[in-house]
Design a protein around this ligand. Structure first.
Ligand code: T46
Length: 137
């Protein structure tokens, strides 16, 4: 029997800083395990706001908190885990079939997300009960 993949999958993002400041690199075959078709970023989040509350059917994403901090909560239908992203040196991989919520955004948070497909609302499951039925069969 194969071991299930861990819910929280963090990848190292190479840091190429020097005396001038920081430079972080996400490239295919390095931190990025998939070709990127879309990049978006979440910022200027209003105080107390949480986001997400959905899963994807097919989408793979890499989330990098390039400024500030945010807590992501992940749920695969059985277990739930939280991880705080507060460094551009770590990326969080989120594959299909994972319910995600984003909480505790710091006011300066910039969450950059690399995705392997264009935006498609049909790929979203936005109801947690529907999601649980989807992953548990
Ligand atoms: C995810 C988490 C981490 C677009 O038109 N194009 C896009 O590429 C995206 C991402 C969103 N939108 C529209 C859809 C909604 O009308 O922008 C609006 C806000 O999207 P949403 O409410 O889905 O945002 P979040 O922050 O709840 O979720 C987003 C991503 O949608 C999602 O894929 O995994 O960030």
């Amino acid at each position: 029997m194969s071991t299930p993949a861990p819910l929280v999958q963090l990848v190292d993002i190479p840091q190429r800083g020097d005396a001038r400041g920081q430079l972080s690199v996400a490239e295919l075959g390095g931190a990025l395990p998939f070709p990127v078709r879309r990049v978006y970023w979440i910022h200027w989040t209003n105080p107390g706001v949480s986001r997400g509350f959905h899963a994807h059917k097919k989408l793979h994403q890499l989330c990098v908190c390039v400024a500030g901090s945010v807590r992501l909560s992940l749920f695969d239908g059985k277990s739930e885990e939280s991880v705080v992203l507060d460094s551009s040196a770590k990326g969080l991989l989120i594959g299909p079939g994972i319910w995600r919520e984003m909480h505790d955004f710091s006011p300066d948070c910039v969450l950059m997300v690399f995705a392997d497909a264009e935006y498609d609302e049909a790929d979203y499951i936005r109801d947690r009960e529907v999601f649980t039925r989807y992953v548990t069969g």
